[in-house]
Design a protein around this ligand. Structure first.
Ligand SMILES: [Zn+2]
Length: 425
């Protein structure tokens, strides 16, 4: 399958924009530049469109989209113990599937092409990735809440790796997902690290999200969460650490040493009042820092353009420095750094040989006028509702705002049905 995106304004790797063509052959970009002679099966008119790399949501819990607006503005433990955990206990495989399908609709429509997900029954989320055409980095959330919960989930994660790593024509990769240091004790983390190393798999884990977590970790183990990851061998695997809000300088040095990557979730951190991650410091230290939405119970959407804007704004006001995270750096966090953070080296920029995950924004509206600086318009003025066309691995998932792989009406119907069932008294 060959597709030609003709005459779009293309965001190039150096941050400049050029009006040109993108030739796509199979799952990869064959050429960025004049491609008059390229014989394509499909031609997409790029005129008036801004072509950017697809967004990478580096941390989310897609199936939780069923719980959007179910419980908000509560203290974390009250929210978890009295609202979220009881309703999650009622979720069956069918709910996991339709919750993730609802997420898939929203992700495609807002320009996300890859999502890094952690939850239970992840084979259902793998099915969603296969059915929707999205790229996914999946890990089973391993939480030791129920007796033997850890062991069962650990086995499920191993099975998920065996069954789905490389599935969906290579669009799915599988990581190990020990939930957090406060839900997985050190000896257990050591075993997860061993299992991951044996398989050359990477690890996705929540780290240093709240002040209380860091204080308890210091009290229980005499170490910060990041230092505990070094001691347990987790840092020897490639690690995608979600949140990383409360860090010491020694933590940042360790993260750099082990090439740990961070999924920064500004929307979730603000809504849950977790704090402000030291993102400018991390970027300056050379720690790969990407962006995620976290689950929609703590965001409450999956809109990556919003996270890009929040990242650009939050760190300016935090540091009182308008240069703290410039617009292009925020876009890189949502694309190029995101790809690196989730372990996909051949993704995240529009250049020859890279995987063809491309989003076209329609620049026809008032918010895109006048056009002095397209990157600035994208970050500070545009809306994800301007996403017009979405391609993953060379395949169109949405064209002219019409979903091509999913039946939106059916997905919304099924999601409402599932939400009603699990919330019934
Ligand atoms: Zn999370």
């Amino acid at each position: 399958m060959k597709t030609l995106i003709k005459g779009a304004s293309v965001l190039l790797t150096d941050g400049s924009v050029k009006e040109t063509d993108i030739a796509v052959d199979g799952e990869k970009i064959a050429k960025v530049g004049d491609a008059k002679d390229f014989v394509a099966d499909t031609v997409v008119d790029g005129k008036g469109k801004f072509a950017v790399p697809g967004f990478v949501n580096a941390h989310t819990h897609a199936s939780m989209t069923l719980l959007r607006s179910y419980a908000d503005d509560m203290n974390l433990m009250d929210w978890l113990q009295n609202k979220i955990w009881p309703i999650e206990a009622k979720m069956k495989k069918d709910d996991i599937y339709w919750g993730a399908m609802l997420a898939a609709v929203e992700m495609i429509k807002t320009g996300t092409t890859t999502f890094a997900d952690m939850y239970g029954d992840m084979e259902k989320v793998a099915e969603v990735a296969i059915d929707s055409g999205l790229r996914a980095v999946l890990s089973q959330g391993i939480i030791g809440v129920a007796p033997n919960g850890e062991e069962a989930a650990f086995e499920e994660n191993k099975k998920l790796f065996a069954d789905y790593h490389g599935a969906g024509d290579g669009r799915i990769t599988v990581m190990f997902g020990p939930h957090a240091p406060y839900t997985c004790p050190p000896d257990f983390l050591r075993r997860v690290a061993e299992a991951a190393k044996e398989r050359k798999a990477e690890v996705h884990i929540h780290l240093a999200e709240t002040k209380g977590e860091v204080e308890n970790c210091l009290k229980d183990y005499g170490k910060t969460p990041i230092a505990l990851m070094e001691e347990t061998g987790i840092l020897d695997c490639g690690v995608l650490g979600a949140h990383c809000v409360h860090l010491t300088d020694d933590d940042i040095a360790l993260m750099k040493k082990y090439e740990m990557r961070v999924a920064h979730n500004p929307g979730s951190n603000m809504k849950l009042a977790s704090g402000i991650a030291p993102v400018p410091k991390l970027l300056k230290a050379g720690v790969c820092t990407a962006l995620g939405t976290d689950g929609t119970s703590s965001n409450n959407n999956l809109d990556m353009l919003e996270e890009i804007r929040l990242a650009a704004l939050l760190h300016k006001v935090d540091t009182l420095d308008p240069l703290a995270v410039p617009a292009m750096e925020a876009v890189r966090m949502g694309t190029e750094y995101g790809a690196k953070a989730v372990g996909l080296k051949n993704l995240g920029t529009i250049e020859t040989g890279k995987l063809a995950d491309i989003v076209l924004f329609d620049m026809g509206g008032a918010a895109w006028t006048p056009k002095f600086d397209l990157v600035s318009l994208l970050v500070y003025a545009a809306s994800s509702a301007d996403v017009d066309t979405v391609m993953v691995a060379g395949k169109l998932l949405m064209e002219k705002k019409r979903l091509l792989t999913l039946d939106e009406e059916r997905v919304l119907f099924e999601a409402n049905r599932c939400a009603e069932r699990i919330s019934a008294k």
